[in-house]
Design a protein around this ligand. Structure first.
Ligand code: G3D
Ligand code: MG
Length: 203
């Protein structure tokens, strides 16, 4: 008798970093739940989400971090062991672009995984016509010279959000790879212990 087919998923830790207010939580809410909230509460510490992309054979374990400097010392806990990082800035706020570059630098210094996928994301592109303050060409040039994926998104009007996460999934090491991918473990979509609950900690 043929063995039952068990779909192989790669479980991949993904961390969102970037200045507070750039739209990290809104992007995750849009991707995971298809929702957007005008008055998104500030993240405290970090929040945890999961989302499976069956057609990509990927289960994302998503850590959405707070962004405020007072939580900076917690960040390594969330990016350590990550397979992918999404570094978000607000295209209407140049300081957030500078902060994003610092996050990229910190990731390169501290994450041992040479295969770490980093996507730079210019969010709030729905505001581009009236209030863009970071030229797309500048951000794209920086991303190209630093070896990052680049996307411009709107969590609000749902532009490029799915594409962003799908492209990250496409770039991850695949389940069929002969070696265990750094930052990811293989698992099958079986009943598992209850996922860790959202909202970590910390004041
Ligand atoms: P953060 O998690 O990076 O701190 P949030 O950012 O997701 O909390 O978003 C910060 C503010 O930006 C929220 O507004 C949110 O609604 C808004 N925002 C997020 N994404 C977009 C977007 O794509 N377009 C626009 N126009 N606004 C966005 P408030 O009013 O709660 O500060
Ligand atoms: Mg947040």
């Amino acid at each position: 008798m043929a063995a039952p087919f068990v779909e192989q998923l790669v479980q991949s830790k993904l961390v969102l970093l970037g200045e507070m207010g750039s739209g990290k939580t809104s992007l995750v809410q849009r991707f995971v739940r298809g929702q957007y909230f005008e008055n998104q509460e500030s993240t405290i510490g970090a929040s945890f989400f999961t989302k499976t992309l069956p057609e990509k054979h990927v289960k994302f374990e998503i850590w959405d971090t707070a962004g405020q400097e007072r939580y900076h010392s917690l960040a390594p806990m969330y990016y350590r062991g990550a397979a992918a990082a999404i570094v978000v800035f607000d295209i209407t706020h140049p300081a957030s672009f500078e902060r994003a570059k610092k996050w990229v630098w910190e990731l390169r210094q501290n994450v041992a995984n040479p295969g770490l996928i980093i996507a730079l994301v210019g969010n709030k592109v729905d505001l581009a016509d009236e209030s863009r303050a970071v030229p797309e060409a500048d951000a794209r040039a920086y991303a190209a010279e630093t070896g990052l994926l680049y996307f411009e998104t709107s969590a609000k009007t749902n532009i490029n959000v799915t594409q962003l996460f799908e492209e990250v999934a496409d770039k991850l090491p695949k389940a069929a790879a002969p070696q265990q991918p750094a930052g990811g473990i293989q698992l099958s979509e079986q009943p598992t212990p209850a996922p860790r609950k959202a909202a970590a900690c910390c004041s």
